[in-house]
Design a protein around this ligand. Structure first.
Ligand SMILES: NC(=O)c1ccc[n+]([C@@H]2O[C@H](COP(=O)([O-])OP(=O)(O)OC[C@H]3O[C@@H](n4cnc5c(N)ncnc54)[C@H](OP(=O)(O)O)[C@@H]3O)[C@@H](O)[C@H]2O)c1
Length: 196
């Protein structure tokens, strides 16, 4: 097993699905993990299970995000928290669905980089990992969700250019379907899925 040069990580959307697996994998490697999500009870049981440090926070609360995370030194940022609320067609979506999807999936991810990356650059060490989606690369009947993940894709492409003079790495992971709570809630109801 190669030596991992990183010691600390922040994982958003930490206690379920992909985030949970990431927290387990990182803590098993001896990395100190800050596990961020909104529900304290589930985060606390994750902390007991893995030794991760719970951070109860809504990433859409921008003021709180800057207040709690500014100055937090982490080597790995896994920007994973995301919602599929944008899977309603745009012409049928509510104003709230559009705003929530964009705030959670794209804007919060951008604020997180704005908060965390300066420390990585100053310490010349870091890896920023984003959970994008296949829906951000190809049309999948989800203009709102697709736009939020398409934004992640373009942000990652540009981030690599902006950080190219530094040793900071930027990785985008674009899953297809992963059977998580997200999948159960947001993808199964889609009509075109039922036809498959
Ligand atoms: N599953 C798939 O098929 C699939 C496919 C492509 C891409 N993805 C992407 O992969 C990522 C993880 O998805 P998943 O399937 O693992 O989803 P999941 O099981 O539903 O987990 C999502 C996590 O995000 C957290 N979260 C949501 N809104 C938040 C907020 N405002 N503030 C803080 N935490 C928040 C949730 O916790 P709380 O609700 O307690 O905050 C939860 O821990 C997402 O970005 C998703 O778009 C998933």
């Amino acid at each position: 097993m190669p030596q991992i040069p990183y010691k600390t990580a922040l994982v958003t959307g930490a206690y379920s699905g992909i985030g949970l697996s990431v927290v387990k994998a990182l803590t098993e490697q001896g990395i100190t993990v800050y596990a961020l999500a909104r529900r304290a009870d589930r985060l606390n049981s994750l902390a007991k299970q893995t030794g991760a440090i719970p951070m109860v926070l809504d990433i859409c609360d921008t003021d709180e995000l800057y207040q709690q995370l500014t100055g937090l030194d982490v080597d790995i940022l896994v920007s994973n928290a995301g919602l599929g609320v944008g899977s309603t067609p745009l012409h049928k979506a509510s104003r709230e669905e559009v705003t929530t999807a964009m705030n959670t999936n794209l804007l919060a991810a951008m604020h997180l980089i704005n908060i965390i990356a300066p420390g990585m650059v100053a310490r010349s060490k870091g890896h920023i990992i984003h959970l994008g989606s296949i829906a951000g690369l190809y049309p999948l009947f989800s203009s709102v969700y697709g736009a939020s993940k398409g934004g992640i894709h373009m942000m990652c492409q540009n981030l690599r250019l902006e950080l190219k003079a530094t040793p900071i790495r930027c990785t985008e992971i674009c899953p297809g379907r992963v059977e998580t709570e997200f999948f159960e809630k947001h993808t199964k109801p889609l009509r075109w899925f039922r036809k498959l």
